[in-house]
Design a protein around this ligand. Structure first.
Ligand SMILES: Nc1ncnc2c1ncn2[C@@H]1O[C@H](COP(=O)(O)OP(=O)(O)O)[C@@H](O)[C@H]1O
Ligand code: SF4
Ligand SMILES: [Mg+2]
Length: 328
């Protein structure tokens, strides 16, 4: 099956005094129709700018190369990096929806939430105001907001954080996108609400056949929703595989370190969680070889010589580390 989204050799750089800062380097992955790909990595690893590149919402100074091919319904494959502004506007918010970490910054504080959701309809369809409003209320019902026709008249500040995130999700799915990009959608929420939103996303996925790029720094959250997982480190994809491959037999030392730092039910809460020693290298001082080399317990002299290639270590399971690859 042709992928719904295929990113090939994506590079994103930001101009700085010292030259172009390489925030994303040679990134490739794909998402099948209806599939959920979890994208994980520590803060600063390039997850958000990757999603902004897909939506073509990067700041204008960003330098981008590579291809982002989207195969939406009936339109064939289109490279979003070179699509016209008009076509991109038509796609954004209709075929591709997006939700962010903090709904308050994305919502208009002086506009009723129902009107804001209705605007998303009017931006893409010829519909009357009443029809758009009715569709907004129906979408609020889809995201399990109780008493949606009343709640639609509320302003964002009248809603809780979890309700606001539901409104954002209603806005993102109202035009029935094929791909939903969710960038840390539950990070700002407390644990109970977080679980409810994850359940809701899983339900919507089933109902609408949504594919998702689900971004989180939190592996435990990703393990609940993703079919496959991509792990980023300092702008590089370091491991990619089915959820079971990543969680049961992680290959890359960085993924292993991240997993060791995830609390689970069997973790003794009185014990301090293991963390990976050291910090992510700054973009202006990336090591010449493997970006994880300064922190890696398995490093060898060769690791500092060049960026390792991504190698398929078992069917569908890729890792950017020749050392673990040779020891598998
Ligand atoms: N507008 C910008 N100008 C310069 N650097 C940026 C800009 N936006 C992001 N970056 C840099 O790109 C890197 C990746 O950022 P981001 O994608 O936000 O990381 P993540 O979402 O994984 O936490 C970071 O080092 C960040 O400082
Ligand atoms: S390439 Fe070397 S430094 Fe990098 S993760 Fe593998 S063993 Fe560690
Ligand atoms: Mg981010």
């Amino acid at each position: 099956m042709a992928p719904l989204l295929e990113i090939r050799g994506l590079n994103i750089g930001f101009p700085a005094a010292a030259g172009l800062l390489p925030a994303v380097r040679d990134l490739s992955f794909s998402i099948q129709p209806g599939e959920v790909l979890g994208l994980v990595g520590e803060s600063g690893s390039g997850k958000s700018i990757t999603s902004l590149a897909i939506m073509r919402l990067l700041p204008p100074q960003a330098a981008i190369s590579g291809a982002i091919v989207f195969s939406g319904n009936g339109h064939g494959a289109r490279d979003l990096t070179i699509l016209s502004d008009d076509h991109m506007r038509a796609l954004r918010g209709s075929r591709i929806g997006m939700i962010f970490q903090e709904p308050m910054t994305a919502l208009n504080p002086v506009m009723r939430v129902g009107d804001q959701i209705a605007e998303a309809v009017l931006a893409h369809h010829r519909a009357g105001k009443k029809e758009a409003w009715d569709r907004a209320v129906a979408a609020m019902q889809d995201v399990a907001i109780v008493d949606p026709s009343h709640r639609a008249r509320d302003y964002p500040h009248q809603l809780s954080g979890g309700m606001r995130q539901r409104v954002m999700i209603a806005m993102a799915i109202i035009n029935h996108p094929q791909l939903l990009i969710a960038d840390e959608p539950t990070t700002a929420l407390d644990v109970t609400i977080q679980a409810q939103i994850l359940d809701l996303l899983a339900e919507l996925r089933g109902k609408f056949g949504l594919a998702m790029l689900f971004i989180s720094h939190d592996l435990a959250v990703v393990s609940r929703v993703a079919d496959r997982v991509a792990v980023m480190y300092a702008g590089n994809l370091v491991e990619l595989g089915a959820k079971q491959q990543i969680f049961q037999s992680p290959a890359h030392p960085y993924t292993r370190g991240l997993l060791a730092a995830v609390p689970d039910l069997t973790t003794d809460r009185s014990r301090k969680l293991q963390t990976i020693e050291g910090v992510v290298p700054p973009l202006q001082a990336l090591p010449p070889g493997c970006a994880f080399e300064p922190r890696c317990g398995l490093r060898m002299p060769a690791c500092a010589r060049g960026v390792p290639a991504l190698i398929e270590i078992s069917p569908g399971h890729w890792a950017r580390c020749p050392v673990v690859n040779s020891s598998q």
